[in-house]
Design a protein around this ligand. Structure first.
Ligand SMILES: [Zn+2]
Length: 435
């Protein structure tokens, strides 16, 4: 009976804060609207700052302790009884891609804030600090060119940012370096460079990120929320090429041609077939050739094509599947190239290993979803998130997805408030269990 009462109180407390959640997201949208009907919130720019300002004001109003770190990440804390006990953090980012959707990132930051407020509203005195975090510059690949490893805000907080990235990441709009952008926003790049980082495996017990789903799975499954199993790793080739020879498309016998398009088509088909086999055997793998083109200055209807450039994007939950695929690509390219008398140059491939979400945390999420009466299936996450950086810093982490009834990285992105409520409820119940 008692736990039923507690659950009812938690639901009532979340519902009491839900109008605030809706208002924060709506004000953020209204103030960062762009002429394309989407929102544009550059990393270390005006739109991102609006999100941080809104969160700071709401957290202060709710008597949470508000702090920032040297890189400008914002923390709204419900202090624990023992401040030295490793803290719990939930959060996400406020920046967006250009002409993006309002909820990618912002939903997770607002959900974290509402969940921590709910703990406070319920009179919980947690053992350890319970923290809502607004993370800087998650979408930095849209805003910073030059050499950098992405997810700049979380990596700065976790000590994963190389000092050189402060100088080699260049803001596309302002042309300022990352160090200058941090300082321009009122923070302290010298302290970021010097360290030590604020967050580490020694002082963070766990991290949980709520995020709008970036694919159509939850719409198809007709459920509002899901629990993420892992963030897929990637093997990516940005500059793959097949070099054959241009020749007359009528006069040269087929067997004597060095057709770069047909060779590339065979390579793509072979990789697709292999991925199909892996999926049929129960493995998780997805595969795309995002760019594929002949040289428009040379190609022609009546020529055998001699040069093709393409990209490869392979993603998989399991490093034991992903890494062999990387070498298999080369084997296929060598074999097809030799047989078709062309040469493949797959170029440098960037490999990011998959990051697994914590098994025990996933089990708690399942249990809490059950108590709430939510069907919350498990699914892999295809895109990169700050949660992956926490895992790389050896901090156990997990993620909740909320249904997206529109597109992703697109003005049509959309999240129903009822679905958001389910996500916040699950997050709040999880954090209550951990507090
Ligand atoms: Zn995001």
């Amino acid at each position: 009976m008692r736990s039923v009462d507690n659950l009812a109180r938690t639901i009532a407390a979340v519902d009491a804060r839900l109008p605030l959640a809706a208002r924060l997201l709506e004000e953020l949208r209204a103030r960062s609207l762009d002429e394309g009907g989407g929102v544009t919130r550059p990393s270390y720019g005006a739109g991102e700052q609006i999100g941080h300002d809104l969160m700071r004001a709401a957290a202060t109003e709710a008597e949470l302790a508000v702090t920032t770190d040297a890189a400008g990440n914002l923390y709204a804390t419900l202090p624990g009884m023992d401040r030295a006990t490793p803290r719990w953090i939930s959060g996400s980012h406020f920046d967006s891609v250009p002409r993006g959707g309002n909820f990618d990132g912002a939903a997770g930051a607002v959900a974290a804030l509402i969940a921590i407020m709910t703990l406070r509203d319920l009179g919980i005195r947690p053992r350890q600090d319970m923290v809502a975090m607004a993370i800087r510059a998650e979408e930095c690949s849209s805003w910073f060119s030059g050499q950098h490893g992405g997810h700049l805000g979380s990596r700065a907080a976790l000590g994963l940012l190389k000092p050189s990235e402060l100088d080699t990441a260049i803001h596309l709009g302002t042309k300022r370096t990352l160090a200058q952008s941090i300082d321009d926003a009122g923070f302290d790049s010298v302290a970021v460079r010097r360290g030590p980082p604020l967050l580490s495996a020694g002082n963070v017990r766990g991290f949980i990120e709520l995020h709008i789903e970036q694919g159509p799975v939850l719409v198809r499954e007709e459920v509002s929320v899901a629990i993420v199993t892992s963030i897929r790793g990637t093997v990516r080739a940005r500059d793959a090429r097949c070099i054959g020879a241009y020749s007359h498309s009528g006069a040269v016998p087929q067997a004597l041609r060095q057709d770069a398009v047909l060779a590339t088509a065979e390579l793509i088909h072979r990789v697709e077939q292999y991925c199909d086999q892996l999926r049929a055997a129960g493995d998780d793998v997805v595969f795309a050739i995002g760019r594929l083109h002949t040289d428009a200055a040379v190609d022609s209807l009546s020529k055998v094509p001699g040069d093709v450039r393409f990209t490869i994007d392979l993603r998989c939950q399991d490093a034991n599947v992903l890494l062999p695929l990387n070498s298999l690509l080369q084997d296929y390219a060598d074999e097809i190239g030799a047989r078709r008398n062309v040469r493949f140059d797959l170029g440098k491939r960037a490999v990011a290993e998959p990051t697994a979400m914590d098994q025990a945390f996933r089990a708690v999420l399942q249990q809490q979803a059950g108590l709430l009466g939510l069907a919350a299936p498990e699914m892999p996450c295809g895109a990169g998130h700050d949660a992956a950086e926490f895992v790389r810093a050896n901090i156990p982490s997990c993620m909740i997805f909320v249904r997206n009834t529109g597109e992703s990285h697109n003005p049509d992105e959309y999240m129903e408030l009822a679905d958001f409520r389910d996500g916040i409820l699950l997050l709040a119940c999880f954090l209550l269990k951990m507090a």
